[in-house]
Design a protein around this ligand. Structure first.
Ligand code: ATP
Ligand code: MG
Length: 442
């Protein structure tokens, strides 16, 4: 089965810091949520999930989206919601005499080396053997950091293209996400398990740059479609994906030879170029469904320009669009002024990811025209084109009528009554939900 219109969602974990310990800061952050819902694990009005997992990293999992731009709008809504909570928490702390800013970082590694994720979820058909698909996808995902990494200064190895490259330990695994595979095959479809699977990609970096986010997810959507369509690719299986992942992060030229399983070598840049060339052709054949042609065209355009920039080692054509190149350029400016070893560089590396619009370095670069945007506004209402709209309506009605309810990705329930199960993430109408809502109004 080929999903031209595909359900997808992105989970983003944020780093937190403030005057208090991360645990205490997170407690302040979630105070308004706990006051309203008596829980730190809730669904927001736009149908996304907001929660505090172990390790005090606030997380937003976007609602089910079926369009690339919509997904970015929901991802941005996550930033906006958490930023609001941080502003409130700062005020609450100040009122209690605890002075100092609260920072939320959309990055993937903290100053002591703990890592937290940005997971992508893609719906695929039950007929796909996830292990086989994963094997074909792995070379793409291992090398995708060249276009989509967020970049970081490592204490020992200089500038790395990706934050997550050193944090992933396995290729494909069904164990918990804590073993950090590139692809997690845990069978939790959040939908009809006879029809669907949910592919859980763990290897990506969180992106500050909107064009980079669109390229990261958009290129993956195109590659997934091509694999579902059974297009034949050369055998790109790598002998040692995880070592390669680390090596690629350290090689901005993309030219390091990687060992192929079936003999011979290939470079990361060549792997991306193969997928890109196939995608160009696929784009002319695929039906115009799901993400718009205009948006996919932009993805392909940026993908091609980025690969050219890496091939020529002249980043100028994309260094306002690709996260790691935007950051590298900025760090070089500081290094020229202050020297390579100046502590300010690590601080800039971190504050690049500060989500506060009036303070974060990335946002500053945007205002100066040094980082491009995709002109997408945060979306505070549920996606109208997926199951998320049903959850959104249900939550809105519950709020309006003061009805206590419990929801998750596949269930809507008025407390004390039977729950309604929504197994089709593509479905936007359901009489049972209408009845539940009508029942509330009575
Ligand atoms: N059928 C589906 N196919 C693809 N993605 C889906 C589907 N249903 C839900 N999603 C998305 O999957 C994500 C699930 O996020 P959540 O944080 O709850 O992940 P999880 O892997 O189930 O749990 P956890 O992070 O707690 O381990 C959301 O972004 C959601 O939009
Ligand atoms: Mg999650």
């Amino acid at each position: 089965m080929i999903f031209h219109r595909r359900i997808m969602g992105v989970e983003t974990e944020y780093g937190i810091s403030g005057a208090l310990s991360p645990e205490d800061t997170a407690r302040y952050l979630f105070r308004p949520i706990v006051a309203k819902y008596s829980s730190t694990n809730v669904f927001a009005p736009n149908s996304s999930r907001l929660y505090l997992d172990v390790g005090s990293h606030p997380e937003i999992a976007t609602a089910e989206c079926d369009d690339l731009r919509q997904l970015l709008a929901h991802e941005k809504a996550g930033d906006a919601m958490l930023n609001d909570l941080a502003v409130q928490a700062e005020a609450a702390q100040a009122a209690e005499g605890i002075e100092g800013p609260i920072y939320l970082f959309k990055n993937n590694v903290d100053s002591v080396g703990n890592s937290y994720g940005c997971h992508e979820n893609y719906l695929i058909g039950r007929d796909m053997v996830l292990k086989t698909l994963g094997k074909q996808l792995l070379p793409f995902l291992v090398t995708r950091q060249l276009t989509s990494g967020a970049g970081m200064l490592s204490a020992t190895d200089g500038f790395l293209v990706s934050q997550r490259a050193d944090q992933v330990w396995e290729g494909i695994s069904s164990a918990t996400t804590r073993s950090r595979p590139v692809i997690n095959t845990r069978d939790e479809p959040h939908g009809d398990s006879k029809k669907y699977r949910r592919m859980h990609v763990i290897v990506g970096d969180s992106n500050m740059s909107e064009p980079t986010f669109l390229l990261k997810v958009g290129s993956t959507l195109l590659v997934l479609e091509m694999l579902e369509a059974g297009l034949t690719f050369p055998d790109l299986e790598l002998q040692n994906s995880i070592l390669d992942l680390r090596a690629i992060a350290r090689d901005r030229t993309g030219r390091l030879p990687l060992q192929l399983k079936n003999g011979g070598t290939i470079t990361a840049l060549e792997i991306q170029e193969i997928f890109y060339e196939h995608a160009l052709k696929w784009f002319t054949e695929r039906p115009d469904e799901g993400t718009s042609r205009a948006d996919l065209e932009r993805v392909l355009d940026l993908w091609g320009r980025t690969l050219t920039a890496i091939r020529t080692q002249d980043y100028a054509a994309v260094d306002t669009e690709i996260d790691w190149m935007i950051k590298l350029k900025l760090l070089r400016r500081y290094a020229d002024k202050l020297g390579e070893d100046h502590p300010k560089l690590a601080q800039v590396d971190l504050t690049y990811h500060d989500i506060r619009p009036d303070r974060g370095v990335f946002h500053l670069l945007t205002r100066k025209g040094l980082a491009a945007t995709a002109d997408v506004e945060p979306e505070m209402t549920a996606p109208a084109t997926t199951r998320a709209t049903l959850r959104g309506k249900f939550l809105a009605a519950a709020e309006e009528t003061g009805t206590p309810v419990t929801v998750d990705w596949t269930h809507l329930k008025i407390n004390g009554a039977e729950s309604v199960e929504l197994l089709d993430p593509f479905s936007t109408v359901d009489e049972r939900v209408d009845e539940l809502i009508a029942g509330m109004a009575r």
